[in-house]
Write a protein that binds this ligand. Structure first.
Ligand SMILES: [Zn+2]
Ligand SMILES: [Zn+2]
Length: 365
């Protein structure tokens, strides 16, 4: 039996369908029949060749959901029970984190582990079915996997997708306190989830700056109390609105999820004295931001934090969050349109043009 997958052969080369043989499953491994994978901003970056160390050709699609088709030996899910064939399964896309290198053992930054591999990003198609734009995904032994909670639909899970998992990390870094006034810059999949999580974390006001207009409507449904349209309100209008909403002080915490150097310049000015600024959107090098260290950092007594990737705990907690809150937070609406494998090039183009917050891939159609 052969398995069809969409392969990105090289940067800026058309994604093409290829057939793969069914893999040999190692003991403790699993073959997942893919229900959905997603097209996110990372896939657009991958197509442009903006990420270092990507072993093209690759099968993109890092966050996915499927059905356990074949399991060899025992695979224990994060809930503690063995996963069975037929279960709805999700998995943490990062694998082979070593636990022993300097990043893992000393600096407390396992997302910077030198051994770490990521499904759909740093695993080559030459090594097998390590990406979600495929009828099946091979979960090698040691991959952190979980049975999808009963209350969570595959559409809820993939609607949140990698953006939700990243957002859990970003909100941890933001250390939001009860009643905080929070600014979220960017209304892509990550920003939309940060808005919802900031609310769940106890923020009293969440201001979202983003575009286009329909995205802001979704931002409001995710929990933003004030939405500011980047294309309609000037920077000065945005500043005045935020000052008005915060007693003239600025927000307690701002989280950047836009990938724009201009957003960093603006955001640092909108945080109150002694506040916190988290940068989560600059996943690739988008260029320099101009900062006045005196005015925007030192005199403000500001704390600035980066946020790189996610850890297994963020994945597991994302599942709990979906289980408790997907009935009232519209994560599933972030996933706007479903594409079959044969149309992933269109999905990439639509994602890049921001015609939708997120494109899904359904390899069965
Ligand atoms: Zn390591
Ligand atoms: Zn992603």
């Amino acid at each position: 039996m052969s398995i069809v997958a969409a392969v990105m052969p090289a940067p800026r080369a058309r994604v093409e369908l290829r057939e793969f043989p069914e893999p040999q499953i190692e003991s403790g491994g699993m073959l997942l029949r893919t229900l959905y994978s997603e097209v996110c901003g990372t896939d657009v970056h991958l197509w442009h060749g903006r990420l270092a160390g990507v072993p093209y050709p690759i099968i993109p699609g890092h966050v996915s959901v499927g059905i356990a088709d074949k399991i060899r030996g025992e695979v224990v899910g994060t809930g503690g029970a063995p996963i069975r064939e037929g279960d709805r399964v999700v998995f943490y896309d990062v694998h082979r984190t070593c636990g022993r290198c300097y990043a893992c053992a000393v600096s407390g930054t396992p997302t910077k582990c030198v051994k770490r591999k990521v499904y759909g990003i740093t695993d080559s198609a030459n090594d097998g079915l390590f990406g979600g734009w495929s009828q099946a995904i091979y979960l090698e032994p040691g991959v952190v996997s979980a049975v999808l909670p009963e209350k969570v639909s595959p559409e809820d899970y993939i609607g949140g997708g990698c953006g939700l998992i990243t957002a859990v990390h970003a909100v941890d870094r933001a250390a939001i306190r009860l009643a905080d006034r929070v600014l979220v810059q960017g209304t892509g999949a990550v920003g939309l989830s940060i808005i919802a999580l900031a609310r769940l974390a106890g923020a009293s006001t969440v201001v979202a700056i983003g575009a286009p207009r329909d995205r802001l409507a979704l931002a409001a449904r995710m929990g933003a109390s004030i939405t500011l349209d980047l294309e309609r309100a000037t920077a000065e209008e945005r500043r005045l609105t935020i000052l008005e909403a915060t007693g003239g002080r600025g927000v307690d915490v701002a989280v950047e999820a836009s990938g724009s150097p201009r957003a960093v310049e603006e955001g640092l000015r909108l945080v109150r004295d002694g506040g916190r600024y988290v940068i989560a959107g600059h996943y690739t090098n988008a260029g320099d931001s101009t900062i006045n260290a005196h005015e925007h950092i030192n005199r403000k007594h500001l704390e600035i934090r980066g946020c790189w990737g996610s850890e297994a705990g963020h994945f597991v907690r994302a599942l709990t969050i979906l289980e408790e809150h997907a009935h009232h937070v519209p994560w599933r609406d972030i996933a706007a349109r479903i594409y079959p494998l044969a149309q992933v090039n269109d999905a990439l183009a639509d994602a890049e043009a921001m015609r939708l917050p997120k494109a899904l891939v359904d390899p069965s159609c």
